[in-house]
Design a protein around this ligand. Structure first.
Ligand code: NAD
Length: 487
């Protein structure tokens, strides 16, 4: 294992460790100590060209797109195994670079990615890469239709720092199964651990050029998105950057999948088991210190049980261990960057200015000398029109909004520019399903607020375009062809 928490000095291109063409680097700063401890290379246009050329070569002239899905799936299983072998190195590096508590890095960040790779490998036999059907036009009765789903080509995959491996494998899984090749650019705040991922790619025998990894910031990402030899862009990140990428792809008529921000609602109906609902909601609300796209950051409680719900959330949240991300007992650590900390604190202040009441936290904790910590925070008496109920805070915070009846709860849940996830909590499963079906969000649950590899999630409105997870995501990585052939 070559991985350390030291500098990353190379890219992974065409199956080789390749030195950057320039000398530009980006420092990696510890969210817990605020000290720089490593650096990553910032890819320039020559580096992006080399990575895309390697992916292009592997797609146009290599075996990968021409293997059977079953053969590609076998490589993906090996990749999952090799990545899993490196899980401790990946977890500890992620904790060092973006501050995710070590237990969460071990139990969620890495296994979440491994499961997605294995899941997509299982779909080799069930996805219809080729299908035959009868013709319809009378004049074509001597013909039949072959529908082929061929790989779309070279995929540029750009991912954020909060959940770098599950956001990545939602792309790698369907892209590799379909026969695409890829250039991956992680976020500068979570790039160091990609050295271990490159090792896994190599050890698994993924053919050279099929998976290429470069590091860098926004400019490197933009060069990749607009590179003339890229066929498709798959992006996970903020709505703001997603909007910019959508514009670039529109000008190029380039297919793009966007998984963006969220402001997900959890509706606690009157007959909900509040305690178990709150226990599960906090897992996602506090994942990576609340830097979680599907966080149930808006909890909706009926007026009749409002105080009970507020008390349950406050007392459960108070108990969640908070502090040094290297401590295995800690569940909530610091935020990933100083600007993220400042943004979250600005939201806390805005909430108070607009009339929300702080039921827990609301500021910067006094007990830490250094580190980008913010307090776990619960706002009560939140009107859904307030900024804290409309904007993604991306910190360990939730707002609790009262509703009058079920229709009012549905209206409030849907009153958002986002539409990523949501959940309904009730002892009447039929009602729960009926209410969940009316929510305008892509990933929903009844008496759970979870993700599953097999359950598709598609951002409504400003939460994105296209589907990730589930067999449906494979369609984002193929082009559909109809070939009329004699019967
Ligand atoms: P971000 O948008 O700032 O950056 C995401 C990635 O895009 C990074 O790799 C970054 O280097 C790159 N990038 C930045 N500017 C670019 C440009 N102009 N062109 C090309 N690439 C560019 O997001 P972030 O702060 O890293 O992540 C947090 C955001 O991600 C939150 O809004 C969160 O909700 C969202 N997110 C969404 C999902 C989902 O599945 N919907 C999952 C995780 C995170």
């Amino acid at each position: 294992m070559t991985l350390t928490h030291g500098d990353l000095t190379t890219f992974y291109i065409g199956g080789d460790r390749v030195a950057p063409s320039g000398s530009q680097t980006i420092p990696v700063i510890s969210p817990a100590t605020e000290q720089p401890f490593a650096a990553i290379p910032d890819a320039d246009s020559a580096d992006v060209d080399r990575a895309v050329a390697a992916a292009r070569q592997a797609f146009d002239h290599g075996d990968w797109p021409r293997l059977t899905p079953q053969d590609r799936a076998a490589v993906m299983i090996r990749l999952a195994e090799e990545f899993e072998k490196r899980s401790e190195a990946v977890a500890s590096t992620l904790t060092a670079e973006m501050g995710c508590p070590i237990t969460v890095s071990r139990q969620a960040q890495v296994p979440g990615g491994v499961d997605l790779l294995r899941y997509y490998a299982t779909l080799a036999d069930s996805f219809d890469f080729e299908q035959r059907r009868p013709t319809y036009d009378a004049a074509n009765s001597a013909l039949e239709v072959v529908v082929r789903k061929d790989p779309i080509g070279v995929v540029a995959a750009i991912v954020p720092w909060n959940g770098p491996y599950f956001t990545l494998m939602m792309k790698v899984g369907p892209a590799l199964l379909s026969g695409c090749t890829m250039v991956i650019k992680p976020s500068p705040e979570a790039s160091l651990s990609f050295a271990a991922f490159a090792e896994a790619v190599e050890a698994a025998g993924v053919p050279p050029g099929v998976v290429n990894i470069i590091t860098g910031g926004a400019e490197a990402g933009q060069r990749l998105v607009t590179h003339p030899q890229v066929d498709k862009v798959a992006f996970t990140g903020s709505t703001e950057v997603g909007r910019r990428i959508a514009g670039m792809c529109a000008a190029l008529l380039r297919p793009v999948t966007l998984e963006l921000g969220g402001k997900s609602a959890a509706i606690l109906l009157d007959d909900a088991d509040v305690e178990s609902a709150v226990d599960e909601l906090l897992v996602w609300l506090l994942f990576a210190a609340g830097q979680c796209c599907v966080a149930p950051s808006r909890i909706l409680a009926s007026r009749s049980r409002y105080n009970e719900v507020v008390d349950a959330v406050v007392s459960a949240m108070e108990r969640v261990p908070f502090g040094d991300p290297n401590d295995p007992a800690v569940v909530v650590g610091p935020l990933a960057t100083a600007s993220q900390r400042d943004r979250v604190l600005a939201h806390y202040r805005q909430g108070v200015r607009e009339g929300a009441k702080v039921a827990l936290g609301g500021g910067q904790p006094a007990q830490f000398g250094t580190g980008w910590y913010v307090e776990k925070t619960v706002f009560r008496d939140v009107d859904n029109a307030m900024t804290i109920a409309q904007e993604e805070i991306f910190g360990p915070a939730c707002s609790i909004t009262p509703y009058t009846d079920v229709e009012d709860a549905i209206r409030i849940a849907n009153d958002s520019r986002f539409g990523l996830a949501g959940s309904v909590w009730t002892s009447d499963l039929d009602t729960g399903y009926r209410v969940a079906s009316r929510l305008r969000a892509g990933g929903l649950g009844v008496n759970n607020h979870r993700l599953d590899c097999a359950s598709p999630i598609a951002g409504f409105r400003e939460s994105g375009i296209g589907v990730e997870r589930g067999i449906e995501a494979i369609d984002e990585y193929v082009e559909t062809k109809g070939i009329l052939v004699p019967r």
